[in-house]
Write a protein that binds this ligand. Sequence first.
Ligand SMILES: Cc1cc2nc3c(=O)[nH]c(=O)nc-3n(C[C@H](O)[C@H](O)[C@H](O)COP(=O)(O)OP(=O)(O)OC[C@H]3O[C@@H](n4cnc5c(N)ncnc54)[C@H](O)[C@@H]3O)c2cc1C
Length: 457
Amino acid sequence: MTSRAQPGRVRDATGTHVPQNVVIVGGGFAGVALAQRLERLLPKHIEIVVLSTENHLVFTPMLPEVVGRTVSPLQIVVAGRQLTRRARWLEARVVRIDREHDTAHYLRSDGSPDSLRYVQLVLACGTVANLDEIPGLRSRAYALKTIVDAIIIGNDVIGNFEAAATEPDAESRARLLTTVVIGGGFSGVELAGHLIDLMRSTHRLYSELQHEQPRVVLLHQGADLLPELADCALSEIALVKLRANGVEVRLQTAAESANARSIRVSTGERIETGLIAYTAGTDTHPLIKGLGLTLTKGRLDAGPDMRVLGTENLWALGDCARVPNAHDGRICPATAQFAVQQALQLADNLARVARHAATKSFSFRSRGMIASIGDRDAVAKVYGVKLSGFGAWCLWRGVYLAKLPTLSRKLEVAASWICSIPFATNIAQLRLSPTRPAIETSAADVAAPVKLGPRAG
Ligand SMILES: Cc1cc2nc3c(=O)[nH]c(=O)nc-3n(C[C@H](O)[C@H](O)[C@H](O)COP(=O)(O)OP(=O)(O)OC[C@H]3O[C@@H](n4cnc5c(N)ncnc54)[C@H](O)[C@@H]3O)c2cc1C
């Protein structure tokens, strides 16, 4: 990345001098941690640019909390420009990488096309939700990937209570009060736990619905919940506790098709439901597919130093990449914990490339994982030690608070948690969902003329 001819510039393949830069595609866990570290390690004349579809980082592990209304959406997002200092953060959707001309083509936020030359390009664009695996799911279900998904799921659950309160038909009421979660991995289990808590606290406020029971049904294709933990005993504990908290867990049960009112599962059962949330599958990002490079299990093959195999100046990390871990010789799991650790090593490697030094392999020992399962309960495996119950839940909250970026967000979230102890959940329904537009009142709807009060006239 250095050029003796012009400091701060480097010759490209055609001999033209171009500015030295590192362009990062994606402002998630991997992209942000990388930009922050590069700011410290790279000399000032090497520009750092983040191209991301959003202007903010989403702290995804707390999305289920947004659904459950224990924290507010803005408390778990931080603008990229407030997380970085000298890196340029541009809101842009990268649509194509021209590897021959080292150019990233992107769409600006108004949809107009633009492009940027790169010297080193890092792909950290994550994955996309795969709602097309199951017929009928795309038009019916919500994935839980973005902050908007989390707001809409919480809103629609409460909207279903509102609809049920004015619904004369008992079967339709039961359907509206049934929420189905597909996927018994971390996000599915946490979502189901937060949903049952939300639905139970909402239910108390609907006197019209006291004869109905809100239901959360969790469908999981495998035999054990939380396969990420690879621990049968903890999976069993999570199963028992979720069921005790009222979640109907169906193991070895796959969703087969969905329509406007119900979902059909592999046991032949049809579950009538008012809302489906899908956490089971992800797909390769279209940008990664379009590169024409080797993919294994949908992830871009990277070397031990995170350089994409068969390339010189392309690097990949996080969920989109298949990075080997020198610590245990295994492929890194798609978790935020690994994405951040990879970012630290990759920043070091890019700084090494800049001074013509040899790169190093990624090596990291996982600290473990914690999943909250609702009702102030959690299961965890931390450095091999198994934990569950209220203590594990307190640890879960402590860890997330520590990891949440910026002091202001930490304080806001801590205040929300404290307020949720004495105060009831805020069940205000905002009409944001595309399937639930605002109720319009037309002249024909009004049976009797409205009598205006004295001050209005
Ligand atoms: C509900 C949920 C709960 C989770 N809980 C945990 C947990 O408890 N612990 C844990 O370790 N992991 C957890 N994860 C997984 C974790 O979120 C991911 O592993 C992590 O986000 C991966 O980081 P990343 O930077 O690779 O991708 P992401 O965080 O997904 O970031 C991708 C970035 O790329 C941007 N982008 C996408 N397309 C483009 C494009 N075309 N052009 C420009 N930018 C683009 C996006 O806007 C985003 O900023 C959870 C995930 C979910 C969904």
